[in-house]
Ligand binder design. Structure first.
Ligand SMILES: Cc1ncc(COP(=O)(O)O)c(C=O)c1O
Length: 420
C-alpha cells in the first residue's frame, strides 16, 4: 500500500501557510481532527469526573478513552498511563518519588546523548539524597551509544538507568532492549525517554523492557502535554506528595490537580489519526474494539484493532520517512562544507548539520527566508551538543514528519545548495 501523503497533508490547516516544516522534532503541526476534538470538548458540557450528570460522565469517558488510546500506542497497560503537563514535568515528579527509595552509596546512570530533561532531574534528585551519578558517553564520531558503554557504568549499587530511545539532536536510536536486559540483570529500573522516538516508530514498552517510557503528544500530532507509561504494579510501589483529599489510586496519584480533558480528547484523536495513516482513512470509529456490530447484517464482524492499525500505519510511515531521508541525505551529505553529525547506523530521520564558515543562526535565517522551517540550537540536548564540539550553540536540525513530502525535500535541497 502506498503512503498517501497528499491525503495526510489535507488534514493539516497549518500547511496552507506554505512553509516546509522540518521543525517536527521540536513539535509537529496539528491535524484538523485533533483540533476539532479539543474544540468540541471545550464547547461540550464537561464537569469533574463522575457518574451522575452527562457532563461528569463525558469527562470520565474522555479520560478512559485517552488512557486506552495511549495504551494502544505504547503497547502498555492503560492503567499505568500517567497524563501530565510535559515529559519534563513528569520526569521531575517521578525522579523525586523514586529518589525517596535511594540513599548515599546508591547509583543512578545517565547519558550524554540525552535531552536535559532525562539528565538534570536525575542528577538533582540523586544530589538531594546523596546518591552518586554515573555518566555514559556516546561516540561523537559515530553517534553510537553502545550497550557496552552502559554496562561499564552498572554495579550492584545501580538503582536506575535513564537513557533516550532516540536522540532529539542527532537521531541515534540506542539498543534499548539490550540495555534493558543489562539494567534488569543489575537489579535496577530502566527509565526511557521516548519523546523523540515515539513520533517515528511504534512503541512496545513492555516488549523492549522499559520500566518507564515518557512521550509528548505534541511531537506526534497531538496537543501540548506529556505522558508516562509504566506497569501499574510498579507505580503502586511509589509514593508522591499529594493533596489530602485527592485520590491515592494509580495513576491518579501522579496526576496532580484537575486533568486537561480537552488535551486528553485531542491526544486520543492524535492516536486515531496515526492509526489511519496506512489507509488514509480516518472514518473508523474511535475505540479499540476488535469486533463490532455490523449494522446492515446485524452480525458480529472482525474489525482491525487500533493497535493493528497502528502497526500497519507506523510501518507505512517508517517507509515514507526512510525514503525521504535517503533522498535528502544523498543530495546534501556531499555538499561542500556541510558537516552532518547524525551518523548512527540506527536512527530517526533527524539530521543535525553545520556549514563551514557560517553561523547556524545565519543558515537557519537563510532557510526561513525561503519558507523552510529548520531551527538551529542545542535543542536542550546540551551535553550531547557539547560532546559533539558544538557547545551551547548547537547546529541546524531538520526532521521529517508524517506530512513531509517530496516537494518539501526538494525545497530544502535546493536552498542548501544555494547557501553552501
Ligand atoms: C528527546 C526529548 N526528550 C524530552 C523532551 C521534553 O519534552 P517536554 O517538552 O514534553 O517536556 C524533548 C522535547 O524536545 C525531547 O525532544
Amino acid at each position: 500500500m502506498t503512503y498517501d501523503v497528499a491525503a495526510v497533508r489535507a488534514h493539516f490547516p497549518a500547511l496552507r501557510e506554505g512553509a516546509a516544516h522540518f521543525d517536527g522534532p521540536g513539535g509537529s503541526q496539528t491535524p484538523d481532527i485533533v483540533a476539532r476534538a479539543v474544540h468540541d470538548t471545550l464547547v461540550s458540557a464537561v464537569a469533574n469526573r463522575g457518574a451522575v450528570t452527562p457532563a461528569e460522565r463525558r469527562a470520565e469517558q474522555i479520560v478512559v478513552e485517552c488512557r486506552a488510546a495511549l495504551g494502544d500506542l505504547l503497547g502498555s497497560d492503560p492503567r499505568g498511563i500517567v497524563f501530565g503537563r510535559s515529559a519534563t514535568a513528569l520526569t521531575y515528579d517521578l525522579s523525586r518519588a523514586l529518589a525517596r527509595t535511594w540513599g548515599p552509596g546508591d547509583e543512578v546512570v545517565v547519558t550524554r546523548l540525552d535531552h536535559d530533561s532525562n539528565i538534570r532531574p536525575w542528577v538533582q534528585a540523586a544530589g538531594a539524597v546523596g546518591a552518586t551519578v554515573r555518566w555514559v558517553d556516546f561516540d561523537p564520531a559515530t553517534g553510537e551509544l553502545p550497550v557496552e558503554a552502559v554496562a561499564e557504568q552498572l554495579s550492584d549499587r545501580t538503582r536506575l538507568v535513564a537513557t533516550t530511545a532516540a536522540s532529539n539532536l542527532i537521531g541515534t536510536r540506542p539498543p534499548v532492549a539490550e540495555i534493558a536486559r543489562l539494567v534488569h540483570d543489575a537489579g535496577a529500573l530502566y527509565w526511557v525517554d521516548g519523546v523523540h522516538a515515539t513520533a517515528h516508530t511504534l512503541v512496545d514498552r513492555p516488549g523492549v523492557g522499559a520500566d518507564f517510557w515518557t512521550c509528548s503528544p505534541y511531537k506526534f500530532l497531538g496537543p501540548h502535554c506529556g505522558v508516562l507509561a509504566a506497569d501499574p504494579t510498579l507505580l503502586e510501589t511509589l509514593t508522591m506528595d499529594k493533596l489530602l483529599p485527592s485520590s491515592d489510586d494509580v495513576p491518579e496519584r501522579f496526576e496532580l490537580g484537575t486533568l486537561p480533558y480537552e488535551l486528553m480528547a485531542g491526544t486520543t484523536a492524535a492516536v486515531e489519526f496515526l492509526a489511519g495513516l496506512a489507509t488514509a482513512d480516518w472514518s473508523v470509529a474511535e475505540g479499540a474494539d476488535s469486533q463490532a456490530e455490523d449494522e446492515d447484517a446485524g452480525r458480529l464482524v472482525d474489525r482491525p484493532t487500533r493497535r493493528s492499525r497502528l502497526v500497519a500505519s507506523f510501518a507505512a510511515l517508517e517507509e515514507h520517512e526512510a525514503r525521504l531521508a535517503a533522498r535528502l541525505e544523498a543530495e546534501i551529505r556531499d555538499l561542500p562544507g556541510l558537516r552532518v553529525y547524525s551518523n548512527a547506523a540506527h536512527r530517526t530521520p533527524t539530521l543535525l548539520f553545520t556549514i563551514d564558515g557560517k553561523d547556524p543562526q545565519e543558515v537557519r535565517r537563510a532557510l526561513a527566508d525561503k519558507g523552510i522551517n529548520a531551527p538551529a540550537s542545542n535543542f536542550y540536548a546540551l551535553e550531547c551538543s557539547r560532546s559533539l564540539g558544538l557547545g551551547e550553540t548547537g547546529a541546524v536540525r531538520t526532521g521529517l514528519a508524517p506530512y513531509t513530502d517530496d516537494e518539501d525535500v526538494d525545497r530544502l535541497i535546493e536552498a542548501l545548495r544555494a547557501i553552501v
